[in-house]
Design a protein around this ligand. Sequence first.
Ligand code: SAM
Length: 241
Amino acid sequence: MIFEEFKASLYGCFGQNGLSTLLNEENAEKLYAFANHLVETNKNVNLTAITDMNGIIFKHFADCAVLCSHINKGASVIDVGCGAGFPSLPLAILRPDIQITSLDSTAKKINFINGAAQKLSINNITAIVSRAEDFAKDHREGFDYATSRAVARLNILCELCLPLVKVGGSFLPLKASKAQEEIDEAQDAIKLLGGEIKKAYFYELAFCGETLERCIAEIAKTSRSLDKYPRMYSQILKKPL
Ligand code: SAM
């Protein structure tokens, strides 16, 4: 797809979903370059099942862009289980004022993010190969926000993410359908880890005749997480909070 077609689709999709104020010529060009780099790299390294441009615009870029309005200016954000950079990379492109740490246990995904950041001159992202439960040992309560998309159920995710968030910050998981069920299931975990559900935003995204049901939960960090969390992943899975 040539840039002009991409730009028309990008503005169409973002416009339809109330996101168009996030766009400008510079970030549209970066999103175009990133989408092409993703599709090219994906021919050799398995990074995403979505490879058509409209799908990338809708299911990766718009889906992640919704987070932008939930994050304060100049904040630090950690993306746990970022995979090929979602939501990290669209966030970094759309919000150059925030500092993003992208965390994933798989080196090939982090290598991809570092390569993309270098190629596109994205300077507000640091990508690190680590498991969240190991990373938390040296980076407890180090971020204004944590986010995560498509990594685990919320009760498990809370143990990986809430210890990384500063008191006064928030955990903003991106969730799909059945989010309310996950929120109900995670009540004990949220409380035990020093969090409090502030609000759950339920919304639909639509483009090209397709609709996605989505939810962003805003979980405020109101007190420190006990040092024993997060536990080893085997323990988290065996005995979820
Ligand atoms: N967030 C991306 C997205 O929405 O496209 C990737 C989702 S992918 C299904 C899940 C990712 O989480 C994988 O890349 C995996 O390596 C990573 N992951 C799972 N558990 C993790 C952990 N405990 N710490 C760090 N990364 C983890």
